[in-house]
Write a protein that binds this ligand. Structure first.
Ligand SMILES: [Zn+2]
Length: 276
């Protein structure tokens, strides 16, 4: 199938330090593992090159600040970028001012590093439920124009939501099920764990329901050789299994992306919103 008649599918990468996030949230240790993050970038980059995939990278500010020049140049040459917050904290309970300061600082760090204007944003963990007003006011004040953080069961006739009062265009993702455990279609752990037949079905259903077909993955998603964070210990079984689940299925990601690339052409979300 030639590139021209393939259906577009939009690819986003939440670019973060999984080992930092986990160690901070569960072990109260704050340490960045930038070598690992960079290694994960090149793994993903090689896959994207094979399948001619464009993508939008949402980058965590404190991670961006620490990236090497080589990596920054490569991202600048090949991909679009946005912010994924300052240091990957949930926004659920933050005030408008707290979200504003977090977003503003992250934009400064990314712009200083990449020398590009930042207008895209995705909330860590899509954590804006019931805090949408504070969220949109804050990111708008910080200069953001495009957000892809809202999870919806149904969509209206448009693929994007124009929030004119904030000057923000929201690109919602479809979700299935209820509450915090609901499945956001399609990406992350679900992309690693679900069989490709189910992923394809979810994508075609999502298109039928008039959502923009969008796949979100993380930089660590294809890094199947990453060592576990926790040493085996009876006292931390819950944390061990949490980390295990985040690593499960990483070896399937490359195959799944290649399979989908036969049918779809992977595009950057920036390209879609700027031509909408
Ligand atoms: Zn994230």
């Amino acid at each position: 199938m030639s590139e021209k008649i393939k259906q577009p599918i939009y690819l986003t990468v939440d670019f973060e330090d999984y080992r930092y996030n986990f160690s901070r949230d569960f072990l109260s240790i704050k340490k960045y593992y930038i070598d690992e993050v960079e290694r994960q970038y090149w793994i993903l980059r090689n896959i994207f090159k094979k399948i001619n995939a464009k993508a939008l990278f949402y980058i965590v500010g404190e991670v961006a600040e620490k990236l090497s020049e080589d990596l920054v140049n490569d991202i600048n040459l090949n991909f679009d970028i946005g912010s994924h917050s300052l240091n990957h904290l949930k926004l659920l309970k933050m005030s408008e001012d707290e979200i504003y300061r977090d977003t503003k600082k992250s934009i400064e760090l990314i712009e200083n590093k990449f020398l590009k204007k930042i207008e895209h944003y995705r909330a860590p963990y899509f954590s804006i439920d019931k805090n949408e007003t504070n969220y949109y006011k804050a990111i708008s004040k910080a200069g953001i124009k495009f957000s892809s953080s809202l999870r919806q069961k149904k969509n209206n006739s448009k693929k994007v939501i124009n929030l004119n009062e904030y000057g923000i265009t929201e690109i919602p993702l479809r979700s299935i099920g209820f509450g915090l455990k609901r499945i956001t279609v399609i990406g992350g752990s679900y992309f690693r764990l679900m069989p490709i037949s189910l992923i394809e079905k979810l994508i075609s259903d999502t298109i039928k329901l008039n959502f923009l077909p969008l796949i979100y993955i993380h930089n660590y998603e294809a890094d199947y050789l990453a060592p576990p964070i926790m040493k085996k210990n009876k006292l931390n079984l819950k944390l061990q299994s949490n980390d295990y689940l985040r690593r499960l299925g990483r070896s399937t990601v490359e195959k799944k992306l290649i399979y989908l690339s036969k049918k779809y052409s992977f595009q950057s979300l920036d390209n879609f919103v700027k031509n909408y």
